[in-house]
Design a protein around this ligand. Structure first.
Ligand SMILES: [Zn+2]
Length: 67
């Protein structure tokens, strides 16, 4: 979900370029509603790997604690 193809009603430019305050306000609202929209796929992958690593560490810690 991106706002790349949206055209601003105020400045008639692409909203993603943020040429005027209407563009920037819309872009900020989009990012607030979809906080991960501005993340690149590689950043999402890194986040996923980090979460998996955290889960593995939590599992290991649980095993050590119960052993
Ligand atoms: Zn604009």
């Amino acid at each position: 979900m991106t706002c790349d193809r949206l055209v601003c009603a105020n400045c008639a430019g692409p909203v993603s370029e943020g040429r005027c305050h209407v563009c920037r306000a819309h872009r900020e609202r989009m990012q607030r509603e979809t906080p991960f929209a501005h993340l690149t796929p590689s950043a999402l992958l890194a986040l996923f790997v980090a979460l998996m690593a955290l889960a593995a560490v939590a599992l290991l810690a649980e095993r050590v604690a119960t052993a």
